[in-house]
Every structure is written in C-alpha cells, then in structure tokens.
Design a protein around this ligand. Sequence first.
Ligand code: ACM
Length: 509
Amino acid sequence: MTLALVPAPASITSDGSAVFTLTDEVRLVGEADAAAALSALIAARTSGVIDPSTDSGSGGESPVIALRITPAGTPESYRITADAASVVVTGADAAGLFYGVQTLGQLVSRDGEGFSIPAVQIEDAPRFAYRGVMLDVARHFHPVETVKAYIDRAASLKFNALHLHLTDDQGWRIHLDSRPKLTELAAATGVGGDAGGFFSKADYREIVAYAASRHMMVVPEVDLPGHTHAVGLAYPELAEAPVLSPHLLEIVESHGGAAPTAGEPYTGMGVGFSSLKIHDEATYDFVADVAGELAAMTPGPYLHIGGDEALGTTPEDFALFIERATEIVADLGKTPITWHEAGAAVRIDPSTVGQYWGFVTPTDGMDEKARTFVRNDAGLILSPADAVYLDMKHDAGSALGLNWANGPTSVERAYSWDPAAVIDGVTDADILGVEAPMWTETIRTLDDIDEMAFPRIAAAAEAAWSPPAADSDLRTWESFRSRVGALGPLWSSLGIRYHPSAEIPWVSE
Ligand code: ACM
C-alpha cells in the first residue's frame, strides 16, 4: 500500500500490522493548538463522519492520540508512533508538532466503511531551514482570504515562509503611512486592466498573524530599482522614463496591451523598462521610508528588495543602488534578500541572501551572480524557474500560465531536480532553502492558484523538506507520483482544486 506522505519523511517504518481505528470515541490529548488543528483535519478528511473529542478530561478506556512537545531533536522535527492501541506525535517544538499533525492528517485512510491510521514509526526533520512559497499580489491583486487559503495549503506541505511580491510595474499593494500616495494613486488596476487593490496595514497584520499560527513567516518584497512603474504614478519625481527596449516591444507584440507610458497605469506583461532615479538622494529617502515601515510591520527576519530585471539601469548604477539599498535594510536590523542579479554588485551588504531564479541548468552567467551570496556566507534560496515557477503552463494545452521557462513544466520536471546539483560547488551547507514562486499575470482567483500550484507545489515541498535521493528510497519519481496520487482524497476534502495531471495515478474513493 502506498502511504500518501508528501513531502517524504526522513525515515519511516511500517510493518503493515494492525491499524489504529478512528472513531468518535478517540480522544485527542496534549497540546491544545495541535489538537484543534488535528481535529479539523480529521473532520475534513472524513467529511465530518469522525469528530474526535479534544476534551482533555478522562475518557476511561477510550483510545488516545497524544500530541506532545518534548524539546529534544532539531528545530521543526517530530516523531510519530502509531499502533493499534494509540498514536503519539512528539514535536521538538511547536512547529515540529504542527508538521507531525500534517503528516498524521495524510495518514488517515479510508478503511472499509470507516477510517484508520496505519501502524508506523516516523522520524522526520527538514533538509532546509527556509521553505518558501511566493505569491505575486501585484500583477493581479489577491485579497486576504485568498492569501490565508494559500497559507493553509502551503503549511500543510511543511512550507514555513510566505514571500509576498507586494509591488511591481502594475501596482503597489501595501499601504504605507509614510508614502500614502502609493496606494492612493498606484493600486487601482492590474494586468489586463483588471481591478487592483491593496492591503491596509491591518490586513497585513492579519496575514502575518494567520501565517504565524501555521508556523509560517511573512517575507515582504518591494521590487527595486526596476519593476517600479507604479511608483512613478505616485511620486513621478523618483522615476526614470520607461525604456522601450527591443525585448519589451517583443513582449508587447506577443502578449498585447499598450507599451508603458510615464504617468499612466501599466496593464501589460512587459518587464525591465522602469527604474527609480539612481543618482537622486530622494530615491534613498524613499527606500528608507518604505523599508523602515515594512521592517516595523514584519516580525520575521527578512526583507526582500527585488533587484531582478533592472534592464533600464546601467550595471554601474544598478550596483550602486543595490549597495545602498541593502545597507539600508541591514541597518534596520533585517536580513536583505534579493534576486540573484544583485550578486553582480560586489559591495552588496554581505548579509544579503540571494534568490536564484535561473534554470536548473544555469545560463547566461546567472550561477556566477548567485555565487556572490555563497562567497559572502549569507546563503542562497533556490527557485529554478523551469522547475518551481508554479505559474508555468502544465502542458501546451494549459489555458492559464506562461511558457518562457523552457516551455511547459510537467510534474515530472518539477520533481526531477536536486537543490545541491543546480550551481556547481554549491552544497547543502550553502543553501538556505527552496522557494516556489507563483507569478500572477494570468492568475486571477484561488481556483486559478490551485490549478497552477497543485500538484507541482508538492514537488517543491519535497525538494525543500525531504532528504536527497541518495539518502531515501522514497525520493524517486515513481514513488512521488503514487504518493501524490494517494493524496487526492485529502486535497479534495480540503477544497483544493488541483490540476488532474495525467502524469499522476489519482486515487478516488
Ligand atoms: C523573476 O522571475 N523576474 C524573479
């Protein structure tokens, strides 16, 4: 029998002996937050048929699922021992227990007319400390409820970081008291002229708190110095005129829409045409205001300042901007993150973490730029676009999504890469983690997000969490596709409208 476990745990033994039968008599005891989370998962998975009690009072002889924290073992690790008599989940910390609960939710299986949990021993801990998903709320705005739903989905796969791409040429999506015109004048529209929107500070706080309750941190990104056409709607004195390069005009030609015009909202899909003024001190006052306010609103350690596709800026000016902007962030007590292009700036603040978005086989010297962050001992986040960009088309027939990252991304391609094999000389010790971005040029709704993310997000989760293939029998494409297929009923019960990829042997009940 295939156990529906994704990401694959570090170690599992299962002798197929007697199962733990789930009934209404089962009591969940121990940590209250974990008990509530497990109770909700079991109720969803069993369509409300089984509703275990979280009452900690004595239940006499009734069987028990015990949820405990024992501060031993590595951060975020957990252990599950299940047999016919009882189930015990022990987390090294609250996050570890939460991940144990997610694993237990995946183990709940239909058993004749009822449900059970197989007898297993699991010991599990993450391969990488940083396991991220990114949601672009700039190309299309996505409201708080959608963000919360995506947090639930990601946390169930043991992701612990939500990177919000809050600003781009098409809109600025976070209200800042120090720069109120950004949301007054530059948030009304998105790609295709669709309605825009923005998060109030209260909205942002709500997202941060919700994420924290699922053991996820929020990493806010304001993309600078390019991807800033929207800034020019609010503060025109900070923005250079759009650079209409052949690359941009090609995108305008193939995707439609008008070329960008200074002072007009941009609703197309072109990139690399906008820049802040690099030699104007007012730009650095702006960066200090924006970064300072975001840092104060964000409990997590990271602040992402973009740095990608600044094609309208000379290399010298780009380097100057990156050096100053990363220093501003570091002086605020936050760790800057930038996309890998910023590694071209030799005097980038040495604490800056790089995010590599080139291909699994690097092209155009992108690996060399990424090595800067390794030389600085700051670490790399790997987001190879042709494996983990969740907005790439599944296949040539996909209605949603884009195609530029080496064509469509099959589930097998999303799975068949290893973080330590992307950039020569970069090993696990240099890698902070893995992140799966979702850009939203074509993505408007939660259903669209589900359709593009699932099942490929599970492959990214496994790259981020599970041991490398050399250390685990479960890390094969054949194992992965059958484990993901077995997750279909759980995903359906949670309301996830996954893409029914023909590569996966979906189980139905
Ligand atoms: C990116 O895809 N421009 C980071």
